[in-house]
Design a protein around this ligand. Sequence first.
Ligand SMILES: Cc1cc2nc3c(=O)[nH]c(=O)nc-3n(C[C@H](O)[C@H](O)[C@H](O)COP(=O)(O)O)c2cc1C
Length: 209
Amino acid sequence: MSDLTNVLPVAHAILPQLTQRRSPRAYTDQAVSAEALQQLFTAASSAASCFGEQPWRFIVGSKATSPAAFEKILGTLAPFNQAWVKQAPVLAISIAKTTFSHDNNPNAWATHDVGQAAATLAIQAVELGLQIHQMAGFSQEGARTAFGIPDGYQSVAVFTIGYPAAADAVPADLRERELAPRTRKPLAEFMFEGGWPQPADERYDQAPV
Ligand SMILES: Cc1cc2nc3c(=O)[nH]c(=O)nc-3n(C[C@H](O)[C@H](O)[C@H](O)COP(=O)(O)O)c2cc1C
């Protein structure tokens, strides 16, 4: 079932899965099936990557099937994230392999490609009635220690996976966050057709005549 809470308002038509994707803090206790998890991570693996390296790795902890891993991921989170994340049925850590396999040189695009995989997974989640919430508020060293992540791999983000709960089913502070207006920069602030924008007085087309 589609999550139609706080859909992103946009000025130009885009895929509904994009406007319906959001980062909820309220989840139902419905478990995420093994099949749904496999679909999500298959979606992640469909992303493009530099040299086709597929530098992404994911550690998954499910309350239902791998509760010890869930607790370990929870333990890496900053307190402000731990407070609400407990509700989610699944947690994951995204990890980047930081060198290319074909020549062992540093892969400067590794975290870019992990981000692409995570974004693709997030869109597949919407299609399945799920949502994810990505977090930078966690300890990379904590994750390395907890899971024995080897050198040459760097954790990037932690994210929840779960079925979003209706905003009116959660306490007021969470409800407020769930329903806070969602905005994005106007295109003119980040889409520069023709080149980097120049100060107005250096632009011949805007100079006073
Ligand atoms: C890399 C990354 C790190 C984030 N870190 C946190 C975090 O630590 N805690 C949190 O509550 N939200 C975190 N967020 C969620 C963002 O605040 C959220 O994506 C943003 O406000 C836009 O909202 P939306 O995803 O609902 O469109 C993070 C998102 C990303 C992509």
